[in-house]
Design a protein around this ligand. Sequence first.
Ligand SMILES: *Cc1c(COP(=O)(O)O)cnc(C)c1O
Length: 389
Amino acid sequence: MTADVSSTAASLTQNVPFNVPFRAPFELDNLAAVLASAHVHGDGKFTASATRKLRQITGAPHVLLTTSCTHALELGALLLELQPGDEVILPSFTFPSPATSVALRGATCVFVDIDETTGNIDPAAVAEAITDATKAIFVMHYGGVAADMGPLLELAAEHCIAIVEDNAHGLGGSWMGRQLGTIGTIGTLSFHDTKNIHAGEGGALLLTDDVLMLRAEIMREKGTDRARFLRGQVDKYGWQDIGSSYLPSELNAAVLDAQLAAFETIQAGRHRVWDAYARELPTWAARNDVAQMFVPPDREHTAHLYYLRMPTEDVRDDFINHMRGRGIATPFHYVPLDASPAGLKMGRTPVQCTRSARFSATVTRLPIWPAMSDDQIARVIDAVTEFAA
Ligand SMILES: *Cc1c(COP(=O)(O)O)cnc(C)c1O
């Protein structure tokens, strides 16, 4: 901490936002290099470099950059050949992207409840929802804390169904030593600027299967074998399959590559904030019947979120107002998909998702970003502990 009086005074009066996107060294240099080159479209040297870094971090044998996590999920739904009549099991408490990628194929979303201790899909609820039409389970690792993968992998093997991991929050996280995004059949990442690593917008598809990879690279390039052509494996390229244009330009890849070069700095900065909240809030939480974010011991999290679960929705709303009054943004999170307009129309909910509804109604998230100052962290902790339910 610097003892700079003017910056301390400024930080006492400035609002504390929920998130400040990280600016990595070399972003501008990389962008300038792309703009000065003749290669601004996708799959140039920054795409190759960012892809290599992602393979190193995740250990995934195959990584394809995409324009978003949503597009990576769409690619996943195409690879699984989902079609009308097929069912896909999803948690009620997640972002709409996995559901909309299923619905785009004409398949049916089947929403199930979550485990309230982590906010992740509940394997027991999945087991009850499996039918002969079930083709896949879409899992999301909330806040970068792995879902309970053991029983999910057993169910998938027993019923021959695929697991898709929406790992938008969990780059670098693990479950029993296995990297998130590489445990199921298909994994996806997001590089939206609300995520730990970002390129403004962006995403990636992670695969372990060589055959799926051959098809994925065709589907990602408008259904053409251009990737094979660029590697010199065919002497011209053409239309081979269905697909779309899911590859990001080198401008996005240039920013992403700079961010990935700073991966450890970014993660260390986020963990510093996360650890301060975990350390300083237990006494206040116990006194106010608040549950702090929980990480089971067999999982390494990514400090993507730090959330609190308040005793009731009214207390949660009072808390958000209290924090807003002190200039601190502590937003709520996902609205249950089973109760959303599209979910009601295009989904099926075999058992009411009461735990998801309660989690959604009581959760609130504290500010977290890599360059948060000690002053800002202290201001958040002071404001939280001033609140009495
Ligand atoms: C952000 C997010 C997405 C969507 O990511 P985009 O890259 O914006 O498409 C999907 N799932 C979850 C859980 C997310 O948090």
